[in-house]
Design a protein around this ligand. Structure first.
Ligand code: F6P
Length: 319
């Protein structure tokens, strides 16, 4: 293989730039040419493709977002869209592609692989919801962003007798909420993978108040529902004053943590090694600090699970 491409697709995640840098530098190290595709699969369809050099990826490792931009592309889900993408690959002589993104992006990678264009997936999403890897690129940074925000909320919370509800991202996964709950000592964490009812949460709040707690912090994963609706229910049932913070897209921004930079670098480089060794349709990941790879189809067919022991622990510690 002499010429490969790289793209980022779906929601951006801090650390994607480190992964792009690793793909470009590792490929050039192995005497290959690298082309960057702007705006994910949309850019592939449009032929928005540029040659990358060693210097193209200088000074990006510390930056959030993705220097190749990103998009969610409906057209690439169609046969016609995929054919247009293949035309672009042919036009630029690209023989293999590294796709950095989440499960939606891996579906595109799978389709191209089936049509004879080897792709390797690199898990990049703040949600940490991809099977076959302990961590996805961006999760650690987003978690730290949430943690910093909750520390600030806690400062003001100690001055007022209120219940603070913080809605965090994660799509259908509760990882960000659960880890933030443990990291920030939240009184309750609501995640889609566990069946805590509003009564459980209200009971907990009441017990806390009886013990003299003046304020409480509750983290709600977006997969459970809206933090605003939840706050209304709490006010109704527990007669407590609430304040809601929806952290939203602040969670996707910011300079990547050292962990995400290292993870992006290791996974990006490993994707290039796989293409060089003739592999196709694989996803790289990290398990027990070892770089691994799995069939992308198996990854797509599995369901993401959460560590319920951690969930139990978060409850025990916020008793
Ligand atoms: O997948 C990353 C993510 O930030 C999710 O946590 C969230 O549900 C979604 O993307 C938001 O998507 P968008 O940026 O398209 O609004």
């Amino acid at each position: 293989m002499k010429r490969i491409g790289v793209l980022t697709s779906g929601g951006d995640a801090p650390g994607m730039n480190a992964a792009i840098r690793a793909v470009v530098r590792k490929a050039i190290f192995h005497d290959m040419e690298v082309y960057g595709v702007n705006y994910g699969f949309q850019g592939l369809i449009n032929g928005d493709i540029k040659k990358m050099e060693l210097g193209s990826v200088g000074d990006i490792i510390q930056r959030g977002g993705t220097m190749l931009y990103s998009a969610r592309c409906e057209e690439f889900k169609t046969e016609e869209g995929q054919q247009k993408g293949i035309e672009s690959l042919k036009k630029f002589g690209i023989e293999g592609l590294v796709v950095i993104g989440g499960d939606g992006s891996f579906m595109g990678a799978k389709k191209l692989t089936e049509k004879g264009y080897p792709c390797i997936g690199v898990p990049g999403t703040i949600d940490n919801d991809i099977p076959g890897t302990d961590f996805t690129i961006g999760f650690d940074t987003a978690l730290n962003t949430i943690s910093e925000a909750i520390d600030k909320i806690r400062d003001t919370a100690t001055s007022h007798e209120r219940t603070y509800i913080i809605e965090v991202m994660g799509r259908d996964a509760g990882d960000l909420a659960l880890w933030a709950g443990l990291a920030d000592g939240a009184e309750s964490v609501l995640i889609p993978e566990a069946e805590d009812t509003i009564e459980d949460v209200v009971d907990r709040l009441r017990r806390g108040h009886e013990r003299g707690k003046r304020h409480s912090i509750i983290i709600v994963a977006e997969g459970v529902g809206s933090g605003v609706d939840f706050a209304r229910e709490v006010e109704k049932r527990a007669d407590l004053e609430t304040r809601v913070t929806v952290l939203g897209h602040t969670q996707r921004g910011g300079s990547p943590s050292a962990s995400d930079r290292v993870l992006g670098s290791r996974l990006g480089a490993s994707a290039v090694d796989l293409l060089l060794s003739g592999s196709a349709g694989r996803m790289v990941g990290i398990e027990k600090n070892e770089i691994v790879n799995h069939d992308i189809l198996e990854v797509l067919e599995q369901k993401h699970t959460i560590d319920l022991d951690m969930y139990r622990l978060s409850k025990e510690l916020s008793i």
